[in-house]
Design a protein around this ligand. Sequence first.
Ligand code: SF4
Length: 285
Amino acid sequence: MNETPHNSPKPVEPAVASAGAPGPAESRPEKRHLSFTQLNMFLRCPRQYEYRYIRGIKAPPSGAMVQSRVWHQTVELNYRQKIASDRDLALGEMQEFFAAQFDVALGSEEIAFEPDEKPGKLKDQGTAIVAAHHKTIAPAVRPLLVEERFIVDLGEDFPFDLVGVWDLVERDGTIADNKAYGKTPRQEDLDKDLQFTAYALGFRTTHGRAEPGLRMDAIIKTQNPKAVQLHTRRTNDDCRWLLGLIEQVGTAIDSGIFFPNPNGWHCSPRFCGYWGLCMGCKNGR
Ligand code: SF4
């Protein structure tokens, strides 16, 4: 196992949760932030990371990305009011909100639609996704925190703090992530998904105890979208392993070497918004 960042917090065992447990980093001087999104992009392709976070070049989102973002906003609208009301909004109200926000995005943003993406179809599919979630998943959810940001202090000597956002933390502490997929995710992929490890690390270092559960609330975008809930778990060793990985990624970022990684699904005109910049320069780079 890799070493953890110097003075980095140890994910606490549930039985020794209070004394000496690391707290949130807000009280300490501000350091550079490394988000899970940044970490994930660097792992996928360091050159993508360079374009986005060193050079500050934003690639326009695809239609599916905009649909997903607006759906998240719709779920957030419902869960935020449900913290106090304990009731879900009416489905029609949520679908209207989705449709209005989607139209706002269409009218105000540059969106890189794929050849098979049609705005009207994405909008219809989006309202069906809202309905599937509202019918099958939302009724049992008891939200405590919605779209809540967390910071993990990675130690005085380490140049970054880890930041992330929990989609949803339920009243019993269960952390849930909302995602829409083309097909049902495999359990083995969920069990090694670093995003859930980051969620667990964030919870353990800010709450001083292990989260009682980690759950994926997924909508599968079949012709009639269907809802699926999948569960996973993380150990303290998983969290320590992630800390070691973060240390190495932080060191690599500060070395300033951002090599391309063309191996994998992510390296294609469809999935990399920097394809033209990167591959288009192949002959003259
Ligand atoms: S085109 Fe491929 S190698 Fe280049 S930045 Fe995108 S993913 Fe990386």
